[in-house]
Design a protein around this ligand. Structure first.
Ligand SMILES: Nc1ncnc2c1ncn2[C@@H]1O[C@H](COP(=O)(O)OP(=O)(O)OP(=O)(O)O)[C@@H](O)[C@H]1O
Ligand SMILES: [Mg+2]
Length: 472
């Protein structure tokens, strides 16, 4: 006997084989059964005593064991009908000291159905696994690079060049800019160009996570840290971002108590899970972003000064769209190209009137607002050229804007004007109305999401979810 089996007493072997649960038969070269296990006999309606030493053809219908024992050619996954059902059989020649001595046969499933069921279950799991693998991979990877950042105005190029230059550094970055100016794009691009680009990019939106969950989201928790905690604990975003980049979006919305905890992690470079004892070292590059005036918040005691200094090592201010009007045409063109691909269209142009109107608007929602306006236009477009009629009401009727500084003070929401629209499913119509209501609220609050949520009388978490859903 070969090494490995020697240690097992020989009277154990039979039980081990029976416990395997597979149906097993062994014949000599002539096809006489030398061994057959209980599971197989049970299925055949015989006993081990009755079956042993008999020709295999007499015991197992349609068998080919005697053939394999004679030819020495193995047969794998062969369909084998027994007792009216198809089985899956494997037949192997047995060779000892280079000489063919017999054959070993195993039967796996009672029927192909059973096998298919087994396979479909496994397949299901494999697919699920693949789905989550790509999901995690996508979520932990940055999606944009500097090429995606369009604009040739001086102020924008200065911000972009600075961001490119500091990509390789490990210092914290603070991205300041109004809503929709491209802070997220900048964060992705910086990570993408850094030495950490092949490692994780983890983004967390401090404003959208309920306050009581923020700590465990950031730092993770240990087994049994609180009721309902997942068994085995959970990794926090800091741990997930280890060796990579952690993007703390809407940092200005982080509650003061969390600010202290964040500061401690940044200083000590180690995290402690909620309910955990040990500290885990983390090497993370921080990129923080906000549309808020952090300096003012520091003065008002709403943001910790020491945290502000720690984050503000490299400050990048992204100019709002109304401070770079000369970029509007270029960005519109690039967005149109993107939208054409999305809607399988080509050759869409913008009329001169619309171009002029786009330059006059103050764009409180910045590039995101421009993107939404163009997407809406393509949806209602009847020809190839975007005209005034294809713009949302508030852009068609610029009277609703304050003439002095171009900032909107109120937005008229009138019943939709007659549009050359065909009937679309109710769900789509409702979604469109919901999206426009959110955009109008954001326009009124100059892009302030929390205030917009209040205006719409919905919670901020729901509001953020909806913004994400509608890509606002
Ligand atoms: N320079 C740019 N060129 C082309 N598209 C841009 C540019 N900047 C932003 N965008 C587009 O505008 C949209 C908003 O960008 P992003 O999400 O980065 O804004 P943000 O500053 O993070 O906004 P918020 O503060 O509301 O989260 C995105 O769809 C993005 O693709
Ligand atoms: Mg953002």
């Amino acid at each position: 006997m070969k090494k490995g089996m020697e240690a097992i007493p020989s009277n154990w072997h039979e039980q081990i084989i029976n416990l395997l649960g597979e149906r097993i038969v062994v014949t000599d070269r002539k096809g006489t059964i030398l061994y057959i296990n209980e599971a197989y006999c049970e299925f055949l309606g015989t006993t081990v005593e009755e079956a042993t030493n008999r020709p295999v053809q007499e015991v197992i219908e349609n068998t080919r064991m005697h053939i394999v024992a004679n030819t020495g050619k193995k047969e794998l996954a062969a369909l084998h009908p027994i007792n009216g059902s198809e089985m899956i059989a494997n037949r192997y020649p047995l060779t000892v000291d280079g000489e063919l001595v017999g054959a070993l046969g195993t039967v796996m499933f009672r029927s192909p159905e059973e096998w298919r069921m087994y396979k479909s279950k496994i397949q299901h799991l494999v697919e699920e696994l693949k789905y989550y693998q790509t999901k995690v991979e996508n979520e932990l990877k940055s999606k944009y690079s500097f090429q995606d950042l369009i604009g040739s105005s001086q102020s924008f190029l200065a911000a972009k060049k600075l961001a490119e230059r500091i990509s390789d550094s490990n210092s914290s970055v603070l991205l300041i800019g109004e809503s929709g100016t491209g802070k997220e794009l900048f964060a992705h691009s910086i990570h993408n160009q850094s030495l950490r680009s092949s490692l994780s990019f983890v983004a967390i939106n401090c404003a959208s996570i309920p306050e009581h969950l923020l700590e465990s989201e950031l730092f993770g928790y240990d087994d049994g840290a609180f009721t309902g905690a997942k068994k085995g604990g959970k990794k926090g975003q800091f741990e997930l971002a280890h060796n990579g980049t952690l993007f703390l979006d809407e940092i200005g919305d982080m509650p003061l108590s969390m600010q202290s905890k964040l500061l401690r992690v940044l200083q000590e470079k180690e995290v402690q899970r909620v309910g955990g004892q040990k500290s885990l070292p983390v090497d993370v590059r921080i990129i923080a972003a906000t549309h808020r005036d952090l300096e003012k918040m520091v003065e008002e005691g709403k943001f910790r000064r020491d945290l502000y200094y720690r984050l503000n090592v490299i400050k990048i201010e992204i100019p709002p769209l109304n401070k770079r009007i000369e970029d509007i045409k270029l960005i519109s063109m690039s967005l149109l190209k993107k939208l054409e691909r999305k809607f399988f269209r080509t050759g869409i142009a913008i009329s001169e009137e619309v171009e002029k109107r786009l330059m006059e608007h103050s764009w409180p929602g910045n590039i995101r607002e421009l993107e939404n306006v163009l997407e809406r236009a393509i949806n209602v477009l009847d020809g190839q050229t975007i005209k005034l009629i294809h713009l949302p009401l508030y852009l068609r009727e610029m009277r609703s804007q304050c003439p002095n500084n171009g900032k909107r003070t109120m937005v008229e929401i009138k019943p939709a004007q007659k549009m050359p629209l065909s009937v679309i499913p109710l769900k789509e119509t409702l979604a469109r109305v919901e999206k426009e209501a959110i955009q109008s609220a954001l326009a009124v609050t100059n892009g302030n999401k929390q205030e917009a949520a209040k205006l719409l009388e919905i919670g901020k978490t729901r509001f953020y979810e909806k913004c994400k859903f509608y890509d606002i």
